[in-house]
Design a binder for this molecule. Structure first.
Ligand code: FES
Length: 399
């Protein structure tokens, strides 16, 4: 590579540029700048990364007991002409108004990137005992419901320069949704890897997308699916758990990546199993899904004496004060008050909820602390995975 000359580094030479630059500016036509959207790169950027997308439910598909898929199309009447493209494995952050609370929730896209080009996304939602957002969707969304979602987000995607040519996918329950998208994308030729999917459920009746997955596996030799039941036995299913032994039995010779999506219980179990496989760290990828719960179960967590504390929130020039349970994340407490706080992944990963901790003590579980080093050093936190240990003052970065 050519070394920069000393002349080019000289401040004197640099200053000589200024009159030349001024002369060029003076000679430039006086016509106003073309609008930003007239540039192809800007239009492409806006199409791929819209700040928000307005969509409408056009179809509701029953997937099983208390599980439904919703097909969403662009809603031009509210300003969204077409859907943003995505990579298999990404999610949409759905905005909801539930009673007084303003919520966002991430849902993996279970349709394929090719289907987004054809005009739709599909989100799949399962009822949960305390699933405020999921239960709201299941009880309220129908054909014609208008919905606001984010652009596709998330890092749970296949990267050929980082990941191995074979992915062993480990899905638990409704954590199958991104793998349905992966399987379709591999079959469509939009992803170039082999997918060896281990799908764990409690009972056979809990298996979602079985017909779709079996059809893909039958026509695409790069996709293979094994159903693993922990409390049932059924034809064409294995019995047991998603153990290291089972992963090894299905994995190829040599290197492979492991992609995981499921409950926090599955993640904790795999924390005991994956070290037995001796995989390189970069080959273990997990979808960070949902809120961190029950911090008092963590080793090293010292619960505050009081069950609640006072949280003061500074956001967009307003000051809010609320009483927050110490077992809820700061974001959950803020949302319950109807304060429109920014959030996307709710798992500590994306940084969208970033806030400055003005004062107070907090607990951040190490496993979900996705802050940049500088944020860590300068006192910024992600309220979606931070628990108060006493009275706290926060300044949320407005979006
Ligand atoms: S919402 Fe993504 S880090 Fe908090």
């Amino acid at each position: 590579m050519k070394k920069p000359s000393l002349k080019s580094l000289s401040i004197v030479e640099f200053l000589k540029q200024e009159p030349r630059r001024e002369a060029r500016i003076a000679a430039a036509p006086a016509a106003p700048m073309p609008p930003m959207e007239s540039y192809v790169a800007n239009r492409l950027c806006a199409a791929l990364h819209p700040a928000r997308q307005f969509v409408k439910v056009t179809e509701v598909i029953e997937r099983g007991e208390n599980v439904r898929s919703y097909r969403l199309v662009a809603d031009p009447a509210r300003g969204t002409e077409s859907l943003a493209y995505f990579s298999a494995g990404q999610y949409l952050s759905v905005s909801l108004k539930v009673g007084n609370a303003t919520l966002t929730r991430p849902y993996s896209i279970s349709s394929s990137p090719k289907e987004a080009l054809q005009g739709w996304y599909e989100l799949t939602v399962k009822r949960a005992p305390h699933g405020l957002a999921s239960n709201y969707i299941l009880d309220n969304w129908a054909v014609g419901t208008e919905v606001e979602v984010s652009a596709p987000e998330g890092q749970f995607t296949y990267e050929p320069l980082r990941d191995a040519p074979t992915v062993v996918g480990i899905a638990g329950g409704s954590g199958i949704t991104p793998f349905v998208s992966f399987a379709k994308a591999v079959a469509d030729g939009d992803e170039d890897f082999n997918l060896e999917l281990l799908y764990g459920c409690t009972h056979e009746k809990d298996i979602l997308f079985r017909k779709e997955l079996d059809e893909i596996a039958a026509k695409c030799p790069r996709v293979h699916v094994t159903y693993v039941l922990s409390a049932d036995n059924a034809e064409d299913c294995e019995e047991g758990h998603l153990s290291a032994e089972r992963i090894r039995a299905h994995a190829p010779e040599g290197e492979y990546s492991v992609f995981i999506c499921g409950s926090q219980g599955l993640y904790r179990y795999l924390d005991t199993q994956l070290p037995l496989l001796g995989l390189r760290r970069k080959f273990i990828r997990r979808e960070l899904f949902g809120e961190y719960r029950n911090p008092s179960a963590d080793e090293g967590y010292v619960a505050p004496k009081e069950d609640t504390c006072r949280v003061t929130v500074l956001l967009r020039g307003e000051t809010y004060t609320l009483t927050a349970p110490v077992e809820d994340t700061l974001l959950v407490s803020i949302e319950k008050q109807g304060i429109p706080a920014p959030a996307k992944c709710r798992s500590g990963e994306c940084g969208w909820c970033r806030a400055r901790l003005v004062s107070g003590e907090v607990y951040i579980p190490a496993s979900v602390d996705g802050r940049k080093l500088a944020d860590h050093d300068y006192g910024y936190i992600h309220p979606c995975c931070t628990f108060p240990l006493g009275d706290v003052v926060l300044e949320i970065s407005a979006k």
